[in-house]
Design a protein around this ligand. Sequence first.
Ligand SMILES: *Cc1c(COP(=O)(O)O)cnc(C)c1O
Length: 389
Amino acid sequence: MNLHFPSMAEPAGRTLGDEEVAALERVIRTGMLSSVWGTETRALEREIGELYGSRHAIACSSGTAALHLAVVAAAPNPGDEIITTPITDFGTVAPMLAQNAVPVFADVDPSDGNLDPDAVAAAIGPRTRAIMAVHLFGAPARVDELRALADEHGLALIEDCAQAWLAELPGGRLAGTVGEVGTLSLQQWKHITCGDGGLVITDDDRLARAMRLFADKGWDRAVGRSHESLGLNYRMTELQAAVARAQLAKLPGVVASRRRSAGELVKAIRGLDGIRLPRLDGHAWWLFPLVLPNGDAPELASHLQASGIPARAGYLREPLNRAPVWDGPIYGESRFPLDSVSAGEGPTAPCPEAERLVDRTLLVIDWNENYTDEHVRLIAEALAAYRRH
Ligand SMILES: *Cc1c(COP(=O)(O)O)cnc(C)c1O
């Protein structure tokens, strides 16, 4: 039972190798590490644009930076609301506050933790500016329904695909291509990595320009040393881009391998009492989630950990609508843009399904492209043993 489960934090659980080393050396020997003058970052953007069939891809320094660019593209006025899910990385939400927008959490579908379009519809109000969908753990969110809602109400739709590289929507379209903007992350724990890094994709020339300017201090390099809008420095370096390009070549293999082993596990544990399995369709398997409707996810997580299997209950300590951040000031001593939001609304709106998932019913097993049949067998056995005890 002492089989090692490779993790994303070590060579055995990553696809980092000679190609990435060679890419770094190639860049370092050019003497140019900045994407403003180098060629790697622009090449990465072209390759991502081709992969996703998007007119534009813009590289930046992190997935959170990419989400900030996406919020900038949605152009909320201060105090406008953006609806999103309370089960996600805080990087989905922080950029809303940074642009003085109010995050509004809508509840999720208890089968997969993704936004429930009916809950989103109920949360739309006169100040709503955008919907931010997250393809949680790699499972495709119901973005076609969210697209229809957004169109009906004149809202922007953003897709956070940080956990969902090559996740597929019905009909085989890639997650990230339905919203005005899709975002990707290259952080250490994602499918592919350059340590930190992010990308946005869009077909809209105007939004692409706004996001590119924001990522480079509002500076249109073609014009000269002149600043036409507010921006930060969210540039990716050539070193990050060179590693990301080598990683991108390996992405299809990474996702295919995760799909194969996840499919094997689903087959092996189908029919176990009290465990609801994830749907295979289009899933990119960043993690392998299970739902335990009876509420014993914490107990099962302890059982799996005791068998050496990397699993956790809940994913978050608390859903984001209950995060401590909402109790204190946002800037200095000010609660702006939340000062006119009442308790139990906006970022603290109750989301009973999300709360139950995080507190009791959601279990996530770390997943990895280097899992073998032996890893899958051990996980299946541990799950079956728990069900029998
Ligand atoms: C990782 C992640 C982010 C943030 O990406 P970083 O690259 O870590 O800034 C945002 N959203 C989701 C869903 C993520 O998993």
